[in-house]
Design a protein around this ligand. Structure first.
Ligand code: SF4
Length: 483
C-alpha cells in the first residue's frame, strides 16, 4: 500500500463493448461527447491538491487498455475510478479487475447513473469495486481520498463494512453549489477539443463541445432515470456561464457549444441575463440547448437568437397524446406544435427527440408519432429505442408491460431490449426504420441538408469522409428490416 501514490487517482471512461467492435460503431463516428463529469471531478480534486488524470477509452478504444496499464505501472495511483452507464458497467468491472491485477492494493470505485440506481446491491455482485459513488462525485471522492478511514461517514458511498457486508452511507443531502466548481479539466482529455465531435449537422462551426450548466430536472417522466441528482435542480448563474464560455473560447478556440442540460431555459431570468451578457460582450460563439415547450416564449426566443442560439432540441417522445400522458406531465401536442413553429419562425433550428417502444406502444401509436412528425417543421430528428434503465420509475414493474431482456451491455438504446405487449422486435425495428424514412424522404429535409453546405460545411466534410461507413450501416439496417 505504501508504494502507491495516495494523492493520485486515475479516472476512466470505459468503452462499454469489445474494442474490436469500436471501428464499426457508427454512433462513435457521428457523435463523440467528452466525459464532462470526469473532467469536473478531476478539476475539483486538483484544486484541492490531489492529482487526477483521465483515460477516455471511448474516444481512444484501440490504445486505451495499453495506456491504462502503463499509467498504473509508472505512476502507481492508489485510486482508480470509473464512470459507467448501464451498458458500460460490465466493461468498468473488467477494467477494475485488470487494475487490481497490475496493482493489487489499488482501491477501485465506480460512479454514474447505473451505480446510483442500484447502489450496494451491485457491490455484492461485483466485488471488483471497493466503493460505489452514489450521486454527484466531487465532494464524495475528495473526502474519500483525503481520509479513507472516514468512508462509512462520508455521504454518497456504498462500501464494505468491517464485517465484510455491503453498506450505503446515505444520500448527500445538499448538492454542491455549482458556481463554486472550477471549470472542468478539459485539458486532461487527450486531444480536446478536436478528439470530440457533436452529431453531424448539429452545429455550424468547429471546434465545438458540449458544456453542462445545470444538474438535475424538476420533472419526473416515467422513462427517465434521475438517480444521480435525484429531485434536485441547480444551475450556474449567467455570470459564471458567460465566464465558462469565454474560457472555452480563449483557451481552446471553441466556436460552438451544445448545452447538455435537461432544462436550459427553466429559469427565465438566467437566460435573459446570459443573452444580455452575450450581446453586450459578444464571444462570436453559437449554441444549442434543450428545452421543454412550456419554458420558451416569443420574446425569449428572439433574445436567444440574437445571443447566438443555433438549434433547440425538444423531447417530444410520441405523437400519441394518450400514450404520452401515461408517461409524462403536461401533455399538449397542439401547444408543442405551436412552440416548434415559433422557434422556427425565430430562425432557430429544431431537433425533435422521439422514442419508440414505451409501455403501451402499438403499431397505431407509432403511426400517430410519424404523422405528427410529418406535420412539424423539424430539422433534425433523433428516435431512441426505449430502454428501461434501473432507476427510472418504469423499471420497477417493467415486466408487467411486456418482455424485457435485462442484458446490461445491450441497454444502449440502439436495440429493443423491451418489447411492449402485442409487438415483436421485428415489428418495432420496421416501425423504427419507417420513422427515419418518413423524415429523410421529406423534400424539406433534403433541402435542409443542402443548405447545410453553407451553414455547417464541417458536417458535410465529416459526412463525406465517413460516407462508406454510413452507407454500410444504412444497407445493413435495410437488409435486416427486409428479413
Ligand atoms: S425526460 Fe427530461 S423532462 Fe423528463 S424527467 Fe427526464 S430530464 Fe426531466
Amino acid at each position: 500500500m505504501k508504494h502507491l501514490d495516495q494523492q493520485r487517482v486515475l479516472l476512466v471512461h470505459p468503452l462499454g463493448y469489445q474494442t474490436s467492435a469500436a471501428k464499426a460503431d457508427i454512433a462513435r463516428k457521428a457523435n463523440l461527447m467528452p466525459p464532462l463529469g470526469l473532467a469536473s471531478i478531476a478539476a475539483y480534486l486538483e484544486e484541492r491538491s490531489k492529482k487526477a488524470d483521465i483515460i477516455d477509452c471511448f474516444a481512444f478504444p484501440m490504445t486505451a487498455e495499453r495506456r491504462l496499464k502503463t499509467y498504473l505501472e509508472l505512476l502507481k495511483p492508489a485510486w482508480i475510478g470509473f464512470s459507467c452507464t448501464t451498458s458500460s458497467f460490465l466493461d468498468g468491472v473488467r477494467l477494475a479487475a485488470l487494475a487490481k491485477e497490475v496493482l493489487p492494493d489499488i482501491r477501485t470505485f465506480c460512479g454514474g447513473p447505473h451505480v446510483s440506481a442500484l447502489r450496494e446491491k451491485l457491490l455484492v455482485d461485483y466485488p471488483e469495486f471497493d466503493y460505489l459513488v452514489v450521486g454527484e462525485g466531487e465532494e464524495t471522492l475528495f473526502q474519500l481520498m483525503d481520509k479513507p478511514e472516514n468512508g462509512p461517514t462520508i455521504p454518497g458511498l456504498s462500501f464494505w463494512n468491517a464485517a465484510g457486508k455491503a453498506e450505503f452511507s446515505g444520500f448527500r443531502e445538499i448538492g454542491i453549489e455549482l458556481d463554486s466548481l472550477p471549470f472542468p479539466a478539459y485539458e486532461k482529455l487527450t486531444g480536446f477539443p478536436k478528439t470530440y465531435r457533436l452529431p453531424i449537422f448539429n452545429y455550424p462551426k468547429a471546434p465545438n463541445t458540449s458544456c453542462i450548466s445545470s444538474r438535475g430536472c424538476p420533472y419526473s417522466c416515467s422513462y427517465c432515470d434521475r438517480s444521480v441528482f435525484r429531485r434536485t435542480f441547480r444551475y450556474n448563474s449567467a455570470a459564471y456561464l458567460y465566464r465558462h464560455l469565454e474560457y472555452l473560447k480563449n483557451r481552446f478556440g471553441i466556436r460552438h457549444v451544445n448545452f447538455y442540460d435537461d432544462q436550459f431555459t427553466f429559469n427565465r431570468e438566467r437566460v435573459t441575463e446570459l443573452c444580455q451578457l452575450l450581446q453586450a460582450r459578444p464571444l462570436d460563439m453559437t449554441f444549442n440547448c434543450a428545452v421543454r415547450a412550456e419554458h420558451v416564449d416569443g420574446a425569449m426566443l428572439e433574445m436567444m437568437k440574437k445571443a447566438g442560439c443555433w438549434m433547440i432540441s425538444l423531447g417530444i417522445e410520441s405523437g400519441d397524446a394518450e400514450l404520452l400522458s401515461r408517461h409524462r406531465q403536461k401533455v399538449d401536442l397542439d401547444f408543442m406544435a405551436e412552440q416548434i413553429h415559433l422557434i422556427k419562425k425565430t430562425g432557430i433550428r429544431v431537433k425533435g427527440l422521439f422514442m419508440v417502444g414505451l409501455p403501451g406502444e402499438t403499431t397505431e401509436s407509432v403511426k400517430l408519432s410519424i404523422n405528427y412528425l410529418k406535420s412539424l417543421p423539424i430539422d433534425e430528428l433523433n428516435v431512441a429505442k426505449f430502454t428501461p434503465f434501473p432507476g427510472s420509475p418504469l423499471y420497477e414493474n417493467i415486466h408487467s408491460f411486456g418482455s424485457f431482456n435485462e442484458e446490461w451491455e445491450k441497454m444502449d438504446c440502439m436495440s429493443f431490449q423491451f418489447i411492449p405487449e402485442g409487438l415483436t422486435n421485428e415489428k418495432l425495428e420496421k416501425l423504427f426504420l419507417e420513422f427515419y424514412q418518413a423524415h429523410f424522404k421529406r423534400p424539406r429535409t433534403l433541402l435542409n441538408y443542402i443548405t447545410m453546405l453553407k451553414h455547417s460545411p464541417d458536417s458535410w466534410l465529416r459526412f463525406i469522409a465517413n460516407l462508406s461507413s454510413f452507407l454500410r450501416f444504412a444497407r445493413h439496417s435495410d437488409s435486416r428490416m427486409l428479413k
